[in-house]
Design a protein around this ligand. Structure first.
Ligand code: NAP
Length: 231
């Protein structure tokens, strides 16, 4: 009931400012993880009129409650496995090294879109970083783990702060095997004022995940820089 009134008030507020939200297009989006990326994407997707359910290990934590409070519209928090139950889309905003374990703990994700922004790197003995997915990439391994889920790798090649304040038309490369899922994620990207770019099937995920090693290794070499894609 509380959520209903919160949603209604945001819709009325939006209409009163002359904005239109297509209610039929609103999705329920579970955001697993409440760190930098989870918070950035949760707030941005909520601003597009979607219902956000954060999945946190500690729903009652002060910073998690603060995040829910500053997420407009229908926002709530539950334990991760509960948060995905009614979700159309799941965002896996967790440390890359535990991504597979987290997916295993979420239960049945069949028929859902899973957005994977994770990166998985570790320093070698010389201090320079390697991409550490045992096989190929988190994106590919997750897709193999949940074959009835449409995995789309997205948002892993730019800092969370740039997702919020891009400072210009930043391009978000997308890889995934399902064209419909990529089109849905492209809508979310466009709604953030960013530009989606389809760069192929999920087997290209290792290329996007490897991008982080460039950023980290330049920093290790003493020449830190920021990068993003732009058409
Ligand atoms: N930071 C960036 O700018 C950036 C940009 C692009 C991609 N990425 C990638 O996106 C993913 C998330 O990055 P992030 O910066 O948002 O990470 P983060 O700030 O460390 O947040 C990760 C969140 O994952 C949840 N989590 C669940 N299990 C966990 C565990 N065992 N240990 C620690 N946290 C756990 C936590 O939320 P709860 O405590 O609420 O459960 C935590 O807040 C990573 O794979 C990263 O490589 C990061």
């Amino acid at each position: 009931m509380k959520r209903f009134f919160k949603t209604l008030s945001v819709l009325l507020l939006s209409f009163s400012f002359g904005l239109s939200i297509n209610i039929a297009m609103a999705d329920t989006i579970s955001i697993i993880g409440t760190g930098n990326v989870g918070a950035a994407l949760g707030v941005e997707f909520a601003a597009q009129g979607h219902e956000i359910i954060y999945g946190s290990r500690e729903p009652g934590r002060d910073d998690v409650q603060e995040l829910v409070a500053r997420t407009v519209g229908a926002a709530s928090v539950m334990l991760p496995a509960q948060s995905v139950e009614g979700a159309d889309i799941v965002v896996l905003a967790v440390p890359g090294a535990i991504a597979m374990d987290v997916v295993r703990g979420l239960g049945d994700l069949s028929g859902k879109i899973l957005i994977d922004p994770t990166n998985r790197v570790a320093p070698g003995e010389d201090g320079y970083f390697n991409h550490t997915a045992e096989e190929s990439s988190n994106g590919e391994m997750i897709q193999a783990l949940v074959p009835d889920t449409q995995v789309v790798k997205a948002f892993n090649v730019l800092p969370a702060a740039t997702m919020i304040e891009p400072g210009g038309p930043v391009t978000i490369p997308l890889v995934g095997n399902d064209e419909g899922a990529k089109a849905k994620v492209a809508e979310l990207v466009t709604g953030m004022g960013l530009e989606p770019l389809d760069v192929g099937p999920i087997r290209a995920a290792h290329v996007l995940e490897g991008m982080l090693t460039i950023w980290l290794n330049a920093r290790q070499a003493g020449t830190p820089y920021e990068y993003h894609f732009r058409r």
